[in-house]
Write a protein that binds this ligand. Structure first.
Ligand SMILES: [Zn+2]
Length: 107
């Protein structure tokens, strides 16, 4: 899987530069978003924002999917990326989730 190999080599990839911001490590007491497993084929989505997938094995995308908003988590810790998404909600709530995620208030 080329997608997997492109995100797995953390220390080496880090030298090539980051492709986006990093989500902060969860702070003490961070709450957990409701992560639901996602399977291919993925629904068409527009990526509004994303975090770096080059030097982090867990990355996030803020998505617009069919008029609703969700956050997708890609975890490549064990090689083949595992995908999870939050429930699809209105933008106001998704904005709050995204802000909490990248600031470390949620994970
Ligand atoms: Zn990075």
């Amino acid at each position: 899987m080329t997608a997997a190999s492109s995100v797995r080599h953390g220390p080496k990839a880090e030298l090539e530069g980051c492709v986006a911001r990093h989500a902060r490590a969860p702070l003490t007491g961070a709450w957990e978003l409701d992560w639901l497993p996602v399977y291919a084929p993925l629904d068409p989505a527009r990526i509004m924002e994303s975090t770096c997938h080059r030097c982090r094995v867990v990355s996030y995308e803020y998505l617009l999917i069919g008029g609703a908003f969700a956050i997708r988590r890609t975890d490549a810790t064990l090689g083949t990326p595992k995908l999870h998404e939050t429930p699809r909600v209105r933008r106001k709530l998704a904005d709050q989730w995204w802000a909490a995620l990248v600031s470390g208030a949620a994970h």
